[in-house]
Every structure is written in C-alpha cells, then in structure tokens.
Design a protein around this ligand. Structure first.
Ligand code: MN
Length: 522
C-alpha cells in the first residue's frame, strides 16, 4: 500500500488550496479510535481506528452495535488524517462529506491476534478490543468483497463477550461524548467547521468568538488609578481602578473586574445583545448595598446601545442600555454594575420571551443535595419531553434552567408551561418544595419559581459576577455535571471561570439557534 492519505487528498478540491498536506505522524501510547455520527447525504457512523498515524475508516450506515446477533454493513472508506479524530461541527455543504458531525464515541483500542493492524486490514480481517464510553469489548471487521481499494463492503460485528448487549441500538444513545450535544444541536450552533479543501492541520476552523488580545490586558495593567483604555475598538474612560470591589485574598479590585469582563464579554454577549439590560450596581463594592439602575445615563458614550421603551409610564425607565458589543459590557462594569441582568425578551418584541426560565430557588433549609435532586428531576422531565435546555449555577445558592423558545409565545404562555412542568416535578418530592408565596410560609423549603417568566423580570446573565467573596460567577454547566460531586453553586469565580471556558467551551451555546416549540405537558 502506498501513501495511506493519498485517497483522502484526491477527494479534496485542490483547486481551492495550493498546498497539499496531512503529515503521517507517529504517536506514543495506546492507539485511539473514534466513532463520528455523520449526517451527510445519508446518516452514517464513521468508525475510525488509529493505525500508523492515520485513521483507518469504515462508514457504517446503521452504526456499530453491542448486539452480538447483529451483522452490520461497514463500507471501508479512505483513511482520514489524525487531525480529524476529535472533530465535531459542520462540513460546508457542497464539500466532500458536507453535513454535521458529532463525536459519538471516543477511546482507545488494541488489535487482537496481531501486532500489525495495518497488515490485518490489508488481509481483510481486523479484531479490535475497544475501550470507549459507549462501545466496549471485542469487535470484528471482515471484508466481504474482493480487495479493491476504498469503498468496499465489509461486515462489522460484536463478539459474544461480557460487554455484549442484545438488542442494543446506537440511535438510543444519540449524544456526543465530548459536548453532550446531538447532531441537531451542533448543526444549530456549530463550534467548528471542517474545511475539506484545506491542509489537515488547518482544516478545523473555530467558529467561537475571538478572544481579547493579551496586549489589551497589559494596557489595562499599566494604567494608573484611572485612564483611557482602548478595548474592542472603543476608547473607554476607566476610573477608580484600584478600588476593592469584592472581598477575597487578595481582594478583587475594579481593575481585575474590568479585565475579567473584557475577557468573558465575547462569550457572554450572545445572551445580552438585542436586549434591554438591567444593571445591578454596587459602586461601593459587593459588601455594600446594591441598587438597580435601569436608565441609560446621559453621560454614556454615544456608541453605547440604547432602547427607548415606548410603553414606559411616568417615572418609569425610558431608555435602557443595550450591550450590543463587547465594549458595552466593559462600560457597564466600569459604571459599577457587578451583575448583568438582560431581559428575557428582545427589544424588537418586548412581550415575546425567547427563553422559558426555571428558577430553582433554595429555601433556608434546602441543602445543596436537595437542590441537585430538584435539578436532576427537571433534567429527566425535559429529556423525556425532548426539550433542549441547559442549567447554570447562579454563583450564589441556586440553579436555573434556560429553555429557548420560538417567537410567538407570551410571558403568560411560558409562565404557565414552566409552572406545569415544575408542579409535575414537585409532586415527586413534596417534602422539598413549597408553593407558598410568602417566604415565611415556605418553612425553609425550596421554591420552583415560575413567576420570573414576566416582562422586565430578569435572571442574572450567564457569566455575570455576583456580589460575594472572590467574585463568584453564574456559570452554565453540561447536564452531566449535575452528577459531578465537586459541583457547587459558587464553584467558579472571575479568577477561575476563564480557564474552564477555554477548556470546556460554553455549554449554553447549545441553546443558541435551538429555539423550539414547547410540547404539551400531560
Ligand atoms: Mn462520513
């Protein structure tokens, strides 16, 4: 066999790129395998084994199964570059393999009965012991047709070992093992693009917001107690930079808050833009009493987004701030806004919520474990209903769940739906929940607060700081993190959350572009 990537290279469109690539590399440690669920012109699963630095691949229309009675057609296709191993995202339509891809399973594997996996493939029979998250145990791939390059029919089966499961269907396990997302959710908000026309090392293109350059943070650090900061293309007057805003060791200064705000702004912006922003201001720091500030101040810079509420009555806020660009959030932080509260509706349709909000509000005797029980029950209910939603910890004591909805609902609609859902959940654990309006009457029990689904009622924004020690942050989590024993409602602060976001991404991005109709709850 010649260069194992030759066929892959041939299938790319070289008319658009001058430089062929895809270095065949070696790697220490156990070889890896991946299964990608790929919706191209037809749904199939790509089963790929790392062999000699490339991914030897089969396309399995019905997907691999643990069912030992099943025999699955597996088309042996061209080797893929190793860079494709953890690719999840979209391949532009019109390009080779155009469609959406999730990492359905990933892990390590070892060839059985041979040390030379490539020779086994060439010989038409590969026995593989796989250690994945979904797939485990012994698989066998056997060539059925004659030897003839790529696109030849093989058969894939699972041995009758201790990992075999009769009747097991891969379609019952549709989520990515990397992001927890389905193909639909990845298609709605892809984080990466695979450009089949580019060299393998450059083919994965990030679609996530661009980070703030370090030089901007250096510039902020070099300012005195006040000055002019060039950030995101705007000149901002920043003041009282060494003022302590949060207790901590060391305490958190305004300079540190502004640096955090600028760095998180590109990630937080999709949840703020196009919405009126209620600012919770603490100009004297988190230990003083805060107050709501809704009116856009007259001294605000001209470029700062604004929205006139034409329905404002006498004495009500007339003009709101709208954070339509990252610099706007930095402006708000410099203005003493420690918390950012965007409206649930957009300024273009203030009476139409874009999210149904589930606010799990602990009472004085609600333990963290109690709250997790309530959150997991909501997870189960939403999953059962087939609804896309994500949870976030509030940075204080609570958990909230955000459910994106299509346009056309009123706040009455979303409030009624959330009430129905939460009452159904509450019936399972009546000992944990109170439906009493008055705090005293709740006897320390948790409240499942559907009443936040109302115009101009707001929940704290994803990634907003909260007024507590070390500046805790309200942080979106993946559903399975509800089972993480280290999860706490105030686990992350402005000093730790940026690392988390750069490592794990933003779980709430699954909600963007996932607006849905709310199913009937019976
Ligand atoms: Mn494919």
């Amino acid at each position: 066999m010649g260069d194992p990537l030759e066929t892959y290279r041939r299938m790319r469109d070289f008319g658009r790129t001058p430089e062929p690539a895809g270095e065949v590399g070696e790697r220490e440690g156990a070889p890896r395998f991946v299964v990608q669920r790929h919706r191209a012109s037809r749904l199939h699963y790509d089963v790929r084994f790392e062999i000699d630095g490339v991914l030897v691949s089969w396309a399995v229309p019905k997907g691999p199964t643990l069912d030992p009675s099943a025999r699955r057609l597996a088309m042996h296709v061209e080797d893929h570059p190793i860079e494709y191993l953890d690719f999840e995202g979209v391949i532009p339509s019109g390009e080779y393999g155009g469609g959406d891809v999730i990492v359905w399973d990933i892990g390590t594997w070892e060839p059985v009965k041979t040390d030379d996996a490539r020779a086994a493939v060439d010989g038409g029979e590969l026995h593989a012991e796989v250690h994945g998250r979904k797939l485990r145990g012994r698989f066998v791939l056997v060539r059925r047709g004659d030897d003839g390059g790529s696109g030849e029919p093989w058969m894939m089966l699972h041995k009758r070992d201790e990992h075999a499961v009769e009747g097991w269907d891969p379609e019952d396990h549709p989520r990515s093992v990397l992001s927890g997302r389905t193909n639909d959710e990845v298609l709605a908000d892809p984080h990466r693009l695979w450009r089949s026309d580019a060299p393998a090392a450059e083919a994965a293109v990030s679609l996530l917001p661009e980070a703030l350059p370090d030089s901007a943070i250096d510039e902020l650090a070099s300012l005195g107690t006040q000055g002019t900061w060039d950030v995101f293309g705007r000149r901002l007057k920043v003041t009282n930079l060494d003022k302590v805003l949060f207790p901590g060791d060391p305490p958190v200064t305004k300079r540190e808050l502004l640096a955090y705000t600028a760095r998180i702004a590109p990630t937080a912006l999709p949840y703020l833009e196009g919405r009126a922003l209620n600012l919770h201001r603490y100009p004297d720091g988190a230990e003083s009493k805060g107050f709501w500030h809704k009116e856009r101040p007259r001294h605000a810079p001209e470029w700062l987004g604004a929205w006139d509420n034409e329905e404002a009555d006498e004495g009500e806020t007339e003009t709101y701030v709208v954070a339509d660009e990252p610099a706007a959030l930095v402006w708000a932080a410099n203005f003493g806004a420690l918390e950012w509260h965007p409206w649930t509706s957009r300024t273009s349709a203030p009476h139409e919520p874009t999210y149904a909000l589930i606010d799990l509000d602990p009472g004085t005797s609600t333990s963290w474990d109690d709250l997790l029980v309530l959150a997991r029950l909501h997870r189960t209910a939403l999953d059962h209903l087939g609804v896309t939603a994500r949870a976030k910890v509030t940075g204080r004591r609570g958990i909230q769940v955000w459910v994106p909805v299509v346009e056309g609902y009123t706040f009455e609609d979303t409030r009624a739906w959330v009430e129905k859902l939460s009452r159904t959940v509450g019936k399972v654990v009546p000992e944990l929940v109170s439906w009493k309006w008055e705090v005293r009457a709740r006897k320390g029990l948790a409240r499942l607060d559907y009443t936040q689904n109302a115009i101009n009622k707001t929940l704290v924004a994803p990634y907003s700081p909260r007024p507590g020690p070390e500046a805790p942050v309200s942080v979106p989590i993946a559903w399975d993190e509800l089972d993480d024993p280290d999860l706490r409602p105030d686990r992350w602060t402005i000093r730790t959350v940026l690392d988390r976001v750069s490592e794990r991404g933003d779980p709430f991005r699954a909600l963007l572009g996932a607006a849905q109709e709310l199913p009937e709850i019976s």
